[in-house]
Design a protein around this ligand. Structure first.
Ligand code: APR
Length: 228
């Protein structure tokens, strides 16, 4: 039976594809205060601004492609049962060929009803004011904003518990509850962390830190995994 490799990825894995990370640019996200564009309060204050912001992010996906790190993870499915838990709202893991991707913080290419959270639609184009769900409610980005519950959390915890190997790649691990997932990894399970800057959780036992960018770090990880 294949070993289960669980991956927790963050915006750093998409940096080499040209998508900016959240906290590397002085607290601004593409020039915006994150609370303005990624919180229920921001939505309440200015829906048009929020929609426009995410429309730009969705549009940006047409101009970027997965990088070597995304492809390396997809390739590892040949040898491992790979389950990706990503905080990213882009679709680069899927476009690289990964088949088990759980989006903890939502997906840019989906829209959701503000009146019935179970109504979620695949959405490639812009979301406009006046775009309504079948029950007549406005659509919003299918994104978990600051201060909102994380509906996929329990599933992600279950997956983390079952890991034979756990990889953290490209996340500063400052946002909870995502950052807490490492705490559910069974004691004794090896944890690898790929990041050019050391996240604070690297003090964990059984943790090997690979201080590199995602693509070079994946190359190194593959060497280590196949040595054993
Ligand atoms: N390769 C790997 N890691 C990189 C690279 C790279 N080329 N460039 C930067 N990094 C690392 C940074 O060192 C940092 O540790 O990626 C991490 C990015 O951290 P954040 O900007 O905090 O992003 P992330 O951890 O994904 O944020 C989590 O916060 O705003 C919310 O919901 C949003 O999902 C997001 C969550």
């Amino acid at each position: 039976m294949k070993k289960k490799l669980v991956v927790l990825s963050g915006s750093g894995i998409s940096a080499e594809s040209g998508i900016s990370t959240f906290r590397d640019a002085g607290g601004l996200w593409e020039g915006h205060d994150v609370m303005e564009v990624a919180s229920p309060g921001g939505w309440h204050k200015n829906r048009a601004l929020v929609l426009d912001f995410y429309n730009q992010r969705r549009e940006q996906l047409n101009n970027v492609v997965p990088n070597k790190a995304h492809f390396a993870l997809a390739e590892l499915e040949k040898e491992f049962e790979v389950q990706i838990i990503t905080q990213n709202v882009d679709d680069l893991h899927e476009r690289a060929g990964s088949t088990n991707v759980l989006h903890l913080h939502g997906e840019l290419k989906k829209a959701r009803s503000i009146g019935d959270a179970s109504l979620v639609y695949d959405w490639e184009k812009d979301i406009q004011l006046g775009d309504l769900c079948e029950k007549g409610f406005q659509l919003r980005p299918h994104i978990v904003w600051f201060g909102e519950a994380v509906p996929m959390l329990d599933k992600a915890i279950g997956i983390s518990r079952e890991a034979d190997i756990f990889l953290v790649i490209g996340t500063s691990l400052v946002v909870y509850p995502a950052a807490s997932l490492v705490e559910y990894v069974e004691r004794g399970t090896p944890i690898f962390v790929i990041d050019p800057n050391k996240p604070s959780m690297v003090k964990l036992k059984n943790c090997t830190f690979i201080e590199k960018k995602a693509s070079d770090g994946m190359e190194e990880l593959i060497k280590v995994l196949f040595q054993k």
